[in-house]
Design a protein around this ligand. Structure first.
Ligand SMILES: [Zn+2]
Length: 246
């Protein structure tokens, strides 16, 4: 007999960890939600698997892109109350499922000991193919494999315990972004200016967008999301598939 899974996410958690492939992934889909969490006193850590060195739109030399995008992500994090930003340094655009990546995410989970993890969808969203970048799907799948079973199993990657003293840790819930199965919406209308500031920190990615385009484009999705979840017309929302993993 196992007890039934909870029907909704925890009201409040002490610690949350966001694991994504690229600098700016959190900011497009989830920075408003992160701002509500930090405002409520949750400590949030970002783990960014690549430095986003295959991104950008101008002549910035490739070897400068990684450090530049790290700095932009740290600035974006600060806008929504996050100061702990970690980079795993994998190559942008070339992520594959590997035991190394699983171990590296497991390590961060055991270090941070979050009750809640946010990550990208391992599942392709056929209606919104742009959300299903292969790196996003790889990070989503690797993170879910790290949440269950690796992080909670002391015999998985035994060197983490033996050499680094990292005890097993069970994550209670995973919030999956850009999921075709989204079942939970967060009303971020009151904190949306912080999301715009976070997004605008990614100058190498959005610096060439005309004034107002971000609010119109990203705000447009958020208005649609709010409508899909039955929120009033003037609201903006971000949506997630919340998976109970404890
Ligand atoms: Zn991305």
């Amino acid at each position: 007999m196992t007890s039934p899974l909870p029907q909704s996410p925890a009201e409040h958690v002490e610690r949350a960890l966001c694991v994504v492939a690229h600098p700016d992934d959190i900011d497009f889909g989830s920075a408003g939600t992160v701002a509500t969490w930090t405002a409520a006193g949750t400590e949030v850590t970002y783990c960014i698997v690549t430095d986003g060195d295959a991104g950008g739109f101008d002549e910035t030399p490739r070897e400068q892109m990684g450090p530049l995008r790290q700095a932009e992500q740290r600035a974006a994090a600060k806008e929504v109350g996050v100061s702990d930003v970690r980079f795993l340094g994998y190559p942008d655009g070339r992520l594959e499922l590997s035991l190394d990546l699983r171990r590296d995410i497991t390590r961060v989970i055991r270090e941070v000991r979050p009750q809640r993890v946010l990550t990208s969808s391992p599942e392709r969203w056929w209606e919104r193919i742009g959300a299903s970048h292969p790196d996003h799907m790889t990070v989503g799948e690797s993170t879910l494999r790290a949440v269950y079973p690796d992080a909670r199993n002391p015999f998985a990657f035994p060197e983490l315990l033996a050499d680094e003293g990292l005890e097993a840790w069970t994550v209670s819930e995973v919030w999956v972004t850009a999921s075709p199965r989204a079942d939970h919406a967060v009303d971020v209308t009151e904190v949306v200016d912080r999301k715009w500031s976070a997004l605008k920190s990614h100058v190498s990615q959005v610096g060439h967008w005309p004034d107002g385009q971000m609010e119109q484009f990203v705000g447009g999705w958020m208005t649609q999301t709010a409508a899909r979840f039955g929120l009033p017309e003037d609201r903006l929302a971000e949506a997630f598939h919340v998976v109970h993993t404890a």
